[in-house]
Write a protein that binds this ligand. Structure first.
Ligand SMILES: C[S@@+](CC[C@H](N)C(=O)[O-])C[C@H]1O[C@@H](n2cnc3c(N)ncnc32)[C@H](O)[C@@H]1O
Length: 269
């Protein structure tokens, strides 16, 4: 499919900002914590509403500087409003493939973004060009094929989820990107590549279960509209998936695990 299909399918629909707003660097990008220290110059590529980015800025203060970029204008507008005046923190509408800056970065982070890009090797090369020699790129991303639910979710949600993965694959996105990152880092010329498991496990009974396991209800409510418009599910199937899965989360659901890896690599000196 064409690049424009990928671009339109990658666009975050209105409403998804509530999912991004809940995230923090401590709980949702904790792989960064050992890398952050005062004075660093950091780029957060695909920062969404800036919830994680703001936490990064706190951890590189004093003296640090963090830029969050995203192609979503409404996301950046929200970030700029919410974090106006925060020291050493700015947001910009920009595409990681064309973003340019005079001063290079010590650290580039990109969480849950490469899964939405059709040529992640090119993206990593663009990031490397923005890094100082010796600088680090840290990517956090999914293997959507390795999600696990216990017990199995309702058939209507499984059908919606499979359609979601097919819809992504047809746009050129890699559903298993997490497990291919090390290879891509090598291809892009990074050294000292390391991998960390960051799987997100949600257990029934925890206060977060409704929100975390319920992410697929939100995906069906937001991205699901795109799937219906693109002919991957019917509106009736989308609504059934939301209804049945909502009951699973509220009743029989015991656990859900999202498979995530964090991979980092260094730009050679
Ligand atoms: C799933 S969200 C992740 C947001 C945030 N990093 C987090 O972990 O919560 C992916 C973000 O990547 C952004 N994005 C997609 N393609 C992009 C590109 N080419 N350049 C910059 N941002 C992009 C989307 O607009 C979206 O906000």
């Amino acid at each position: 499919m064409s690049d424009s299909v990928a671009t339109s399918r990658a666009r975050m629909p209105e409403g998804t900002n509530t999912v991004l707003d809940r995230r923090t660097v401590e709980t949702d990008n904790s792989n960064l914590l050992p890398l952050l220290r005062p004075g660093l110059r950091v780029l957060d590529a695909g920062c969404g509403t800036g919830a994680i980015t703001a936490g990064i800025a706190e951890r590189v203060a004093p003296g640090g500087n963090v830029t969050g970029i995203d192609t979503g204008e409404f996301l950046i507008a929200q970030a700029q409003q919410q974090f106006a005046g925060a020291p050493g923190l700015q947001f910009e509408v920009a595409d990681i493939h064309t973003f340019a800056t005079a001063e290079k970065f010590d650290l580039i982070t990109s969480a849950r973004v490469l899964q939405w890009l059709p040529d992640p090797l090119q993206t990593l090369r663009c990031m490397r060009a923005l890094l100082r020699p010796g600088g680090i790129v840290s990517i956090l991303d999914y293997n959507h094929e390795k999600i696990s639910w216990a017990p199995a979710p309702p058939a209507s949600m499984r059908r919606f989820y499979d359609a979601f993965l097919q819809w992504r694959k047809d746009a050129g996105f890699d559903n298993g990107i997490a497990d291919r990152l090390v290879h891509l880092f090598r291809e892009a010329g990074f050294t000292q590549i390391s991998t960390q498991s960051c799987h997100e496990i949600s257990l029934a009974g925890s206060p977060e279960f409704n929100a975390t396991a319920g992410i697929w209800t939100k995906v069906a409510a937001s991205r699901g509209v795109q799937l219906v418009n693109d002919g991957y599910v019917t509106e009736a199937e989308r609504l059934a998936a939301m209804e049945d899965y909502g009951q699973w989360v509220a009743g029989t659901g015991k656990s859900m695990q999202l498979y995530l890896l964090a991979v980092s690599g260094r730009n050679p000196e």
